[in-house]
Design a protein around this ligand. Structure first.
Ligand SMILES: [Mg+2]
Length: 256
């Protein structure tokens, strides 16, 4: 195992399962903290604020402040800000996206927005879709927080943000820029936030198709942990392998 100076970590399936922490991951993050190694939690969940995520992780005993969290909503706001600092944005999403847009200083605009920013919205309506489609047809740039088509819940798989976003794509013929994993955009923003480089940073996650592909697409070394979505059997079928595959984070060896 190489020595890395910074670490990007997925959340669900990597540091916790739903409402339960993964003890090996708690120990791993505590070790990062005690060694002074920078880390950032990178999540495709656009619905929660960074404060809500940090509260949950702190509750698990994981050292985490809101600044240690990069959600797709915050990444989406950074992406827009880099292109138009005073953008007028039609944003559709839950609290996480609303807060990210407001703290970036964007004006909410329905008539002639510069951007349509779309994220998971469990209160989505026909009217919201109609406004988004009209704006995209009028030339607003179309961005979406993440492409996940399905979301696991206690009953099975429910539609994810990629599925909700597809309504606008099908209706207008315009494909969005997706910000979250497996796109490299969120990873590049994470590197910027930690002031690190791809060669010195390790991407860690449980899902090959999102976490590991995001790392590979952004040019980082990757570590898959078999504590969540992707089993060792499924991993064998993938053409491009992660740099490391472990059953749990307790198997990681730190250099002194
Ligand atoms: Mg995960």
């Amino acid at each position: 195992m190489k020595k890395y100076d910074a670490f990007l970590l997925d959340l669900d399936g990597t540091v916790y399962w739903g409402k339960e922490e993964i003890p090996e991951a708690v120990t791993f993050v505590k070790t990062l903290k005690s060694k002074g190694l920078p880390y950032l939690f990178v999540t495709n969940n656009s619905t929660r604020t960074k404060e809500a995520v940090a509260d949950q992780l702190s509750g698990f005993g994981i050292p985490c402040t809101p600044d240690d969290v990069l959600t797709t909503s915050i990444a989406t706001a950074s992406y827009i800000k880099a292109r138009k600092p005073n953008a007028k944005v039609l944003y559709i999403g839950e609290q996480g996206l609303q807060q990210a847009m407001q703290s970036a200083g964007f004006t909410y605009e329905e008539e002639h927005p510069d951007f349509v920013a779309f994220g998971m919205d469990r209160q989505i309506t026909y009217e919201k879709y109609a406004k988004a489609c009209l704006a995209v047809r009028s030339g607003a740039a179309f961005v979406s927080t993440n492409p996940d088509v399905a979301l696991p819940n206690e009953h099975g798989l429910a539609p994810g943000n990629g599925a909700l976003t597809s309504v606008i794509t099908v209706s207008t013929g315009v494909k969005p820029v997706f910000i979250g994993k497996p796109e490299p955009i969120i990873i590049d923003l994470a590197l910027e936030k930690l002031a690190t480089t791809k060669r010195r940073t390790l991407m860690i996650g449980d899902n090959y198709d999102t976490d590991i592909m995001a790392g590979i697409n952004a040019g980082l070394d990757t570590l898959i942990v078999h504590t969540g979505v992707t089993s060792a059997e499924v991993l064998k079928t993938k053409a491009v392998q992660p740099t490391y595959a472990l059953n749990s984070l307790s198997e990681w060896t730190f250099h002194e």
